[in-house]
Structures are given as C-alpha cells and as structure tokens.
Design a protein around this ligand. Structure first.
Ligand code: FAD
Length: 291
C-alpha cells in the first residue's frame, strides 16, 4: 500500500463498534471522507491500492470476520446531505441515515413509502445497495436516479424497475460506491405518521431487540426463511455467545459475547439443517466481510 495522502484515514481501525452486530476485527485502513469531493478522491486512491476494498454504510447488514478486514474500508457516513430540489423531489447523499429521510421528509410531508422503510436501520446508500424494504415496498421504487461511482467515474443511472429486485439490484456492482440519488415522492391520502407508528410497534412485538443484522437469510420464493428454520426446531440454538432468536427464527443475535465465528457456525447449521429437512437452499441476506 502507498503512503496514505489523507487526514481522514485511520490504520488498524476497529469495525465492530460501527456495526449493529458488534463483532469482528479491525480494518487495515479506514477512509472516512467528510464530503463528496473527498469521497471521490479517496475512492480513486483506494482503487489504485493492491488490497481488498469495501464500501461501508451504517453497518446494519454486515458480519465482519473475527480477524477483521485485511484491506481498505471506505465509510460513507459523513456524506449525509439532504437537499430539497423542487416540488416533491430531493437529492439525498448515500451516507445519510435512512430513518432521517423517512421521518424528516417522507412522513413529514405525508409521502407514500413509509410502510416499506419503517424500522430499517442503516444508511440511505446501504438501503439502495440492498434495495432494502419490506412486503410493503422498497427504497428503489421511490427513486428517479442514482449516482454510482466506479473506476470510470460517476454515472447517473436512471432508475427502472428492471434494475432492482427483492433485496438486490444490478446498477451498483459490489465495490462500486452509491454517492447519492434523486428521489421523487408522491403525496398519499393515508396518514403516514400513523403507518410509521404502527410498523414501529409491530417490530417491537415481532422482532428481538439486541445486536443482529435483521433477517440473516433471504426468503426463498413463496416461503419464509423463518418458518423453515423454526420448522427444523432450531429456535434457541446456541453457539458461544450467539443464539437463534426464540421470537423470530431468521434472527441470529449476539448476546454480548459472541464472536463472528459463533454466528457463522449458526449460519452453517441453519443452511445444512434446512437443506436436509426441506431440500431448500437458503441464501444469506447479510454480507459476510473478511476471511
Ligand atoms: C434490527 C434490524 C432490522 C432490519 N430490518 C430490515 C428490513 O426490514 N428490510 C431490509 O431490507 N433490511 C433490514 N435490515 C438490514 C439492513 O438494515 C439493511 O440492509 C440496510 O439497508 C443496510 O444499510 P447499511 O447502511 O447499514 O449497510 P451496511 O451494513 O453498511 O452495508 C451493507 C451492504 O451495502 C454495501 N453498501 C453500503 N453503503 C453503500 C454505498 N453507499 N455504496 C455502495 N455499497 C454500499 C456494503 O458494501 C455492504 O455490502 C435490518 C437490520 C437490522 C439490524
């Protein structure tokens, strides 16, 4: 690695505190740009280094390996601008907190989309990368375009339903960087604050509190991963400090002392058991980072 030309860089940077799971080792180098110009400069420099590369947002859907990430992690979290353009159009940078966009813009103006995004932690860019959402809709449905930075520079991709699917998209390959995007919202007749409060309450009742990544596995077509895991009798199964939630079988919790390996051991156990019992191959929604 060349010497680092930035004052927003930190070597051997602990990642666990920056993830909701609170597990895993440090990144060899972290870059934490404070604005879009620094982010573009940092990204270009990162691409020139002969090390693994990672773009990280709010850390709510990642599981970092116990020995960390042996490369460069570029954090988006200070890239958090939110600008009202005109009428119902906004430009939102990728590092902003998703719940801020939801509460300060969508709910505040009674725009449609609350049901799909309520209670999802993390950043706007992470949500776009994952096409985060629920059965009520997903973030990409609310977008007009997205700015993607890669080795060729910044491309503004016009959003189209063919570019995204359940918890995924094709406009931002792994390693590219979602700088931000244009949102166009529609006013709704239904009271969005009431919808927000309803889904926050539902999550309190149906999802376990604590350190997790939300749903570990994607739902297979026409079924629910949680139903299959529960059907295998795996609720409450433990490895070290990690446990498959009694409340929601698709959640694996770090009870405070879990290592990344404990959680990975449960992920492997679930995959093998569900395949044996139901013939269904589960695929992780959580992104596993490092060895
Ligand atoms: C309690 C809980 C409940 C959850 N409920 C839901 C839910 O209902 N629906 C749902 O969809 N998800 C849910 N999640 C998962 C998670 O919150 C979402 O996937 C979220 O959108 C991830 O955003 P993030 O900023 O935390 O991404 P990170 O965890 O930081 O990263 C996730 C992935 O996105 C990439 N990434 C992040 N930012 C960028 C960027 N700017 N450009 C390019 N790539 C980027 C990372 O490289 C990584 O591969 C839940 C998680 C928790 C902990």
């Amino acid at each position: 690695m060349n010497s680092v030309p930035f004052d927003f860089a930190e070597e051997n940077y602990p990642l666990a505190p920056l993830t909701v799971y609170r597990v895993g080792g440090p990144a060899r180098l972290a870059l934490i740009p404070r604005n879009r110009a620094e982010a573009i400069e940092a990204y270009a420099w990162m691409l020139d280094q002969d090390l693994p590369k990672l773009v990280l947002g709010g850390g709510s859907n990642v599981l970092i390996a116990d020995d960390g990430f042996p490369g460069i992690a570029l954090f988006t979290t200070k890239l958090a601008g939110l600008e009202h353009l005109d009428d119902d159009r906004y430009y939102v940078e990728g590092g902003g907190v998703l719940d801020r966009l939801l509460q300060e813009v969508i709910v505040a103006n009674n725009y449609s989309g609350t049901g799909g995004l309520t209670g999802i932690p993390g950043s706007v860019g992470g949500a776009i990368y994952m096409n985060a959402g629920t059965v009520n809709g997903s973030i990409c449905q609310l977008m007009e375009s997205v700015d993607v930075l890669d080795a060729k520079g910044v491309t503004t991709v016009t959003m189209d339903a063919s570019l995204y699917s359940y918890r995924g998209q094709t406009f931002c390959p792994h390693g590219a960087f979602i700088l931000g995007g244009h949102f166009t919202f529609q006013r709704d007749e239904k009271d969005q604050k009431a919808i927000y409060d309803h889904y926050i309450q539902r999550r309190k009742e149906k999802q376990p509190k604590g350190n997790s990544c939300g749903s570990v596995f994607k739902n297979p077509d026409g079924d629910h991963a949680g139903r299959l895991i529960e059907g295998c009798g795996l609720k409450g199964t433990r490895r070290g400090g990690a446990v498959i939630s009694e409340l929601h079988a698709n959640f694996i919790l770090n009870e405070g002392t879990a290592s990344s390996s404990d959680i990975l051991a449960l992920i492997d156990l679930v995959k093998t058991t569900v395949l044996d019992r139901y013939g269904v191959a589960l695929h992780e929604e959580v992104k596993i980072i490092g060895s």
